[in-house]
Design a binder for this molecule. Structure first.
Ligand code: COA
Length: 176
């Protein structure tokens, strides 16, 4: 039997009308899937809903909600997400960082990523957190500044080799 670690208990952060929660069951699957299918998520594509639900259940999710909207429509309050694929002990892979256009530019992306930083820093045995991005102009400086991440410079035969292989779910749009 696997017992939940402290890192796996639900966490919530509040900032005025905005809330971040690590409860994956709060995330409206259809809305997230529409985002996945959109050009904003150029690194992803939509999924069969059971597969999407499974990936959220198996991740440390950071759902971003605008609580002032919550009376209007169930989905209206869901305005962003970030996800850590992690064993909650040794490794964390950060992905799917997104704030809906209607709420961008208010510091919410930075807050979302800082919450990931807080959650990963609470893992005493974490060896490494990682992410991939093709956005050298904005994302690389952003993660350097907000999370203290470094670009792993790979040169064959020297230092750390970062290896990867595309899977069957790799979006064709990323092949350029
Ligand atoms: C990236 C994103 C999450 C930022 O959210 P946000 O709430 O607008 O961000 P904030 O208001 O906290 O701050 C913006 C910071 O994010 C940085 N940033 C990183 N990637 C960015 C992007 N693709 N688009 C806009 N800003 C981006 C900006 O440079 C800015 O940093 P600065 O204040 O030092 O100039 C949001 O623009 C988004 O969802 N974009 C589409 C999805 C995407 O590209 N995700 C990749 C995440 S790296």
């Amino acid at each position: 039997m696997t017992l939940p670690t402290e890192e796996q208990t639900i966490k919530t952060w509040t900032n005025g009308p905005y809330t971040i929660s690590t409860d994956p069951t709060l995330i409206p699957l259809e809305t997230l899937n529409k985002w996945f299918a959109s050009d904003d998520f150029y690194w992803a594509k939509d999924l069969p809903l059971p597969a999407l639900e499974q990936s959220l259940q198996n991740s440390l999710c950071f759902g971003l909600y605008h609580t002032a909207d919550s009376d209007n429509d169930n989905d209206n309050s869901f305005i962003g997400i970030a996800r850590c694929i992690t064993d909650h002990v040794t490794f964390a892979y950060i992905t799917d960082v997104y704030v809906h256009q209607s709420h961008q530019g208010k510091g919410l992306g930075r807050w979302l990523v800082k919450c990931i930083g807080e959650a990963t820093e609470a893992m005493p045995h974490l060896r490494r957190s990682m992410l991939f991005t093709m956005d050298w102009g904005r994302s690389v400086p952003f993660y350097e500044k907000v999370l203290g991440m470094e670009v792993a410079e790979c040169k064959r035969g020297e230092g750390m080799a970062m290896m990867m292989r595309k899977g069957r779910g790799y979006p064709r749009s990323m092949d350029g």
